[in-house]
Write a protein that binds this ligand. Structure first.
Ligand code: DP6
Length: 333
């Protein structure tokens, strides 16, 4: 019996992935750039079972919701196709992200699944190939293969050429010691899933093409700022890129709006922090929660300031830069 456990962590994009040019291969419209977190690992065990006629998927020890199980099984179909090994598997996933924290659990989830399944099915993937495989589960998962800052290249063309050229790789930023303070504004399930929101934005928003063009410039400037250890420039670009992404959604027909009243309170507080001389910059994904980028030295002060407007310390989570996906030795028997 072949059983492999892998662990991966969520990542937060500082230059966002928003829109696909190929829905099947998950080829993005833009190159994105993220920070993988030290907190909230997802641990996934894949056990091949020749006796099963279908995959069996559990989530936190209980039978997984159907949509989740179907998505995992479709991903395993791809692994079976690549490996030529038709066996079904038991997949056990344990996720430590606080529910509804807006910390893209699919990124950690598919990075861990790609590594555990790829290893169990003997795919012998290097990191680049693993990133391409994780991308097929969820685009942002391509970045969680790597620790720290990572860039996910949009790649060129479609089909095989696109598939081969769209992968993530790490970016060195030895001068930086970043933290992200997650402000939990609203932890309810989001109203529009990000896949649907991306599609609608691309199809109907007049603001989408200019955001795509600006994103390429954001990327060049952010890579330079990371290299130079210039957190203020990294933060300014991240905030503008994220708010720009939300502007593309507001321009969609019908509009997709993830901002809640508490979102604005946090965004205002971030401006106040900057005005008071503390470096803090906001980014948001497909939900109302805000992640505030700052230097690790300032994370306690930023978290305290943000807690005042979100309703207490329990609603803020401080995170720092973390590792890439790994096979967990002690989990394997
Ligand atoms: C707003 O990676 O979850 O968090 O590829 O359709 O699974 P799929 O989307 P997903 O989208 C993440 C979008 C985002 C921005 C980002 O993480 O770059």
């Amino acid at each position: 019996m072949n059983s492999v456990v892998a662990v991966a962590h969520p990542n937060i994009a500082l230059i966002k992935y928003w829109g696909k040019r190929d829905e099947v291969l998950h080829l993005p419209m833009t190159t994105s750039l993220s920070l993988t977190l030290r907190e909230f690992p997802t641990t996934t065990r894949v056990t091949q079972r020749p006796d099963l006629t279908a995959d069996h998927v559990t989530f936190a020890g209980a039978r997984a919701p159907e949509a989740f199980a179907a998505r995992v099984s479709r991903f395993l179909d791809l692994v079976r196709e690549l490996s030529g090994d038709p066996r079904h598997a038991v997949v056990d996933t344990v996720n430590t992200v606080p529910t509804g924290a807006g910390l893209a659990s699919s990124a950690a989830g598919f990075a861990a699944l790609a590594l555990a399944a790829g290893t169990a099915y003997g795919l012998d993937l290097d990191r680049r190939a693993l990133s391409r495989l994780a991308r097929r589960g969820s685009g942002s998962a391509s970045r969680s293969v790597f620790g720290g800052f990572a860039v996910w290249w949009r790649g060129e063309d479609v089909g095989d050429a696109g598939d081969l050229s769209s992968f993530a790789e790490p970016i060195d930023a030895p001068l930086l010691d970043p933290a992200l303070v997650v402000a939990l504004v609203d932890t309810r399930e989001k109203t529009v899933p990000s896949r649907e929101a991306m599609r609608r934005t691309m199809a109907t928003s007049p603001f989408y093409p200019p955001w795509v063009a600006e994103s390429a410039r954001d990327l060049d400037r952010m890579r330079k700022a990371l290299h130079e250890g210039d957190l203020a420039t990294v933060g300014d670009i991240a905030e503008a890129n994220a708010l720009g992404m939300h502007a593309t959604m507001l321009g969609a027909r019908p509009a997709v709006r993830y901002f809640a009243p508490g979102t604005y309170r946090v965004l205002d507080r971030v401006l106040e922090l900057r005005a008071s001389g503390i470096g803090a910059w906001a980014t948001m994904d497909a939900g109302p929660n805000v992640k505030v980028l700052c230097d690790s030295r300032d994370s306690a002060a930023v978290a305290a300031a943000v807690a005042e407007v979100v309703g207490g310390a329990a609603r803020t989570v401080v995170t720092t830069a973390g590792p890439g996906a790994v096979v967990s030795d002690d989990g394997n028997r």
